[in-house]
Structures are given as structure tokens and as C-alpha cells.
Design a protein around this ligand. Structure first.
Ligand code: GRF
Length: 199
């Protein structure tokens, strides 16, 4: 592939997944990073890598917030929108303006443990296996068609920190690989079915 495809990464926190995505640029380029929090350490990672870093402040109105985020993404001219630890739920306008173009990573094997604190919920439940899911984003939380999953074993002495650290190791490998396949056109979605096809 000659020209990299521009993507946006949406963040709220530390941005280790953003860092993995930045470190694996090639078929894609992280053109812009959007955060709802001005103090997100992820913004520093974006700037250090030469990507545009934009703060879109949450004001309590999801539709208005979604509209402003979409305007930033459209202005940046990105082909894909990659959520990486982004703690806001985007409204319908985002799905309409970027249909089948928004993906998210979640630290559990969905549909188990959607929403916040997925690692703690898995530990509390006592599952022996949890993991990572990358999925397309729809209007429901952690619900859209599943693109890829990697299991992670829960060890007897795990706490949230140790388990999340092992989950994140998998995330940092999986997410850049999925984004690479997306921009190469190797992933097709139809309804809830997601197909991987080598070009
Ligand atoms: C990741 O575990 C991701 O699965 C979840 O939020 C966390 C973000 O971590 N959605 P980071 O900001 O990428 O370090």
C-alpha cells in the first residue's frame, strides 16, 4: 500500500493503546487524537509522535458533544475512528457520519462484562478466562459486531492490576493488527457478521 490511510484515535486516559497504534503506523497514520479530557496523558503521547491533539470538552449533552467530535473528525479527513480507552458514549450522529467506520477495544470477552470496570467484574464473577474484544461501534455500549477476540487466563492470585496488565499486553498486539487489516480492506461487516478476507 503506497499512501497510509489517516485514522483518528479517541482517548480519555493514559493512552497505552494509542501508543501501540502510534508505534505500528505504516498502512495507517494517526492523523488526529481527540480527548474529552484536557489532562489525559494520551494527549502528550500524541504530541510527542507528531499527531494533532484536540480536546473536545464534555458539557453533559451527548448529542452536542457527538456533533462537535464528528466535526473535528471530518475536518481531519480521517477514514477510520478508533476508540482506545474513550470513556464517552457517542450518539447516533457518529454512526451516521462514519457508518461501519468506528471501532472500539474492550477488556473482556464480550458479551460478558460490558461497560466500565470490566476487569473487576470478571474477577468478582470468578471466571477462569477473560480477554480482549475489538468490535464495531453501534449505539449500544460495547455491543456492535465483533471483529476479533483474544482470551486471557485468570490466575488464582490475580488482582485487577495484574489481570488488566496481561489483558493490555494482548490489546497492544491485537489493536494495531486489526486497524492494519481494516485500512487494507480485509475486514467486511454485514449485520453482526464480520469476515476477514486477505486481499
Ligand atoms: C483498555 O484496557 C481498553 O480495553 C479500555 O480502556 C483501557 C484503555 O487503556 N477500553 P489505555 O488508555 O489505552 O492505556
Amino acid at each position: 500500500m503506497s499512501q497510509p490511510i489517516d485514522i483518528a484515535v479517541l482517548v480519555s486516559g493514559s493512552g497505552t493503546n494509542l501508543q501501540a497504534l502510534l508505534d505500528h503506523q505504516g498502512s495507517y497514520r494517526v492523523a488526529t487524537v481527540v480527548s474529552d479530557r484536557p489532562d489525559a496523558p494520551a494527549l502528550e503521547r500524541a504530541r510527542a509522535a507528531g499527531a494533532e491533539a484536540v480536546v473536545v470538552t464534555w458539557t453533559g449533552d451527548r448529542d452536542d458533544f457527538t456533533h462537535r467530535v464528528c466535526d473535528v473528525l471530518e475536518r481531519a479527513g480521517v477514514a477510520w475512528v478508533v476508540l482506545a480507552g474513550f470513556m464517552r458514549i457517542l450518539g447516533r450522529e457518529a454512526m451516521e457520519r462514519f457508518p461501519d467506520r468506528i471501532v472500539n477495544i474492550h477488556p473482556s470477552l464480550l458479551p460478558a462484562f460490558p461497560g466500565a470496570n470490566a476487569v473487576a467484574k470478571a474477577l468478582e464473577y470468578g471466571v477462569k478466562q477473560t480477554g480482549v474484544t475489538v468490535h464495531f461501534v453501534d449505539e449500544e455500549v460495547d455491543h456492535g459486531p465483533i471483529i476479533a477476540q483474544v482470551p486471557v487466563e485468570v490466575l488464582p492470585d490475580d488482582d485487577v492490576g495484574t489481570l488488566h496488565a496481561r489483558i493490555q499486553q494482548q490489546e497492544h498486539v491485537l489493536y494495531p493488527a486489526v486497524v492494519d487489516a481494516l485500512v487494507r480492506g480485509e475486514i467486511r461487516v454485514s449485520g453482526r457478521k464480520v469476515e476477514w478476507r486477505k486481499q
